[in-house]
Design a protein around this ligand. Structure first.
Ligand code: 13P
Length: 282
């Protein structure tokens, strides 16, 4: 199936009270693993790459990988730039063929975030590509962005921000963080409900690795339509490879350990799709 944009997917999820899983991929094996899991679950799926991932192999490489895998699958697949950190990178992703773009101006002032986001949203609108933005600060470290001082999304600001930028979806900061949690995260779900009451565009939950399944489900019930998972997939892939190499120290064929890493990622993604409730929605 050809690529689709996240707009169709997220509006359907919003209506159907489930969320689409968005999975960060780093290499060909992870791309294949995510699409295989989504195909087995008959789930729409979003694959996404951060700026540091793009730096590793280039937008064109991920685009080609995801497109080839998507064409062999029957499910809707979107390719998303995660945490786009400049107008220039957002435009490069658009030109490469990404079907969804995030511009993350959350580290700017509110006004500068609006200016940057609107510029990207206007440019992407010409190509029919939806834009995700972030307001407030998701904690932890994702890519080169280190946020040890998270700030929650203000519902009133969210309404103003969406109206002035023309974004398709909004990442909200309600207590999740990128990376591994030290304790159990405390999520401000009342804030999420309040944002949902005031804002009709799809809402995105970042930093979902390590968030208990029931807490993710609660966020979906309260209006989240896209859930981002990165760290748990990276760990699954690496653990699979490490275990294989420990048992087979003389192995030298990347296909052998790559296949084990791939299987581990497929298992994790299938579990996350169940949590998101997107199985059977393709
Ligand atoms: P985790 O690494 O915590 O899963 O966060 C993923 C994410 O939000 C990517 O944008």
């Amino acid at each position: 199936m050809a690529f689709v944009t996240t707009q169709e997917m997220l509006l359907a999820a919003d209506k159907g009270a489930y969320a689409v899983g968005a999975f960060n991929v780093e290499n060909m094996e992870m791309v294949m693993a995510v699409i295989r899991a989504a195909e087995e679950m008959q789930a729409p799926v979003i694959l996404q790459t951060t700026p540091s991932t793009v730096k590793y192999a280039g937008l064109a490489m991920y685009y080609a990988n995801v497109r080839a895998a998507a064409q062999q699958a029957e499910i809707p697949v979107a390719l998303h730039l995660d945490h786009g950190n400049s107008f220039s990178l957002a435009m490069q992703a658009l030109r490469t063929g990404y079907t969804s773009v995030m511009i993350d101006g959350s580290h700017e002032t509110f006004e500068d975030n609006i200016v940057l986001t609107r510029r990207v949203a206007d440019a992407c609108a010409c190509a029919g590509v939806p834009v995700e933005a972030e307001l407030g600060k998701v904690g932890g470290k994702e890519d080169d962005l280190d946020c040890s001082d998270p700030g929650y999304t203000d519902p009133e600001d969210a309404v103003k921000f969406a109206a002035e930028t023309g974004i398709g979806s909004l990442a909200v900061a309600i207590g999740t963080a990128h990376g591994i949690y030290k304790g159990e995260p405390k999520l401000d779900v009342e804030r999420l409900s309040e944002i949902r009451r005031r804002l009709s565009i799809p809402l995105v939950l970042h930093g979902a690795s390590g968030v208990p399944d029931e807490a993710v489900r609660e966020c979906i019930r309260r209006g989240i339509s896209k859930v981002n998972f990165a760290t748990e997939l990276r760990i699954a892939y690496s653990d699979g490879v490490k275990e294989f190499l420990k048992k087979n120290p003389d192995a030298f064929d990347p296909k052998k350990y790559g296949a084990v890493g791939m299987d581990r990622v497929t298992e994790v993604v299938k579990e996350k799709i169940k949590v998101c409730g997107s199985g059977g929605k393709a």
